[in-house]
Design a protein. Structure first.
Length: 180
């Protein structure tokens, strides 16, 4: 009898987990790679994690941004301000009082652009990328290479969900988790 309960519990848990992952792992063909509609994510980064929450909007320099709070397990909270206009996602850089383009839906593979503060560069690598994480095997991802602080990263974005992971030197260093 206990064996049957264990089997049923395992089946229920794996079914519940797959239901949780449905939005998490599945591409939404008609949605954006960089949606600003996701309310919550847990992101594993190297040996720690952060929780990202969508907060209210905030007016900065006459433009309306959505505030995203990234609360790290061990290094405090960072606030990011993003807005979308005409298919372009902008991030307000508090340090410099200007914007960086985070993504433009019109960019083609190979397109390169600089951060607003001039201290980094982005490049569209692919719109057909793939990434295997502990939770999902993603396909058809937007892959953006970021050269930041003299290091190169590949950032991966899923249509309808946004950021799902990052690699450095071909090794996974970050991924989203369905577990809160």
């Amino acid at each position: 009898m206990q064996k049957i309960h264990l089997i049923l519990f395992s089946f229920f848990f794996s079914f519940s987990f797959s239901q949780t992952n449905e939005d998490f792992c599945t591409e939404k063909l008609n949605d954006a790679f960089f949606p600003l509609t996701i309310d919550f994510k847990k992101v594993i980064w190297r040996d720690t994690f952060y929780l990202e929450r969508k907060n209210a909007t905030k007016e900065i320099n006459g433009k309306t941004y959505i505030e995203f709070e990234q609360e790290s397990e061990n290094s405090g909270t960072v606030l990011r301000y993003l807005r979308e206009a005409d298919g372009i996602v902008y991030e307000y850089e508090k340090c410099c009082g200007n914007e960086t383009i985070r993504y433009n839906a019109k960019f083609v593979e190979g397109h390169v652009w600089k951060k607003g503060n001039g201290k980094g560069e982005y490049k569209i690598i692919s719109y057909k990328g793939h990434l295997k994480t502990p939770f999902c095997n993603y396909e058809n991802l937007l892959v953006i290479e970021g050269e930041l602080n003299s290091k190169k990263f590949h950032f991966y974005y899923l249509r309808g969900f946004g950021f799902v992971g990052a690699t450095e030197d071909g090794k996974i260093i970050s991924y989203v988790s369905p577990k809160h």
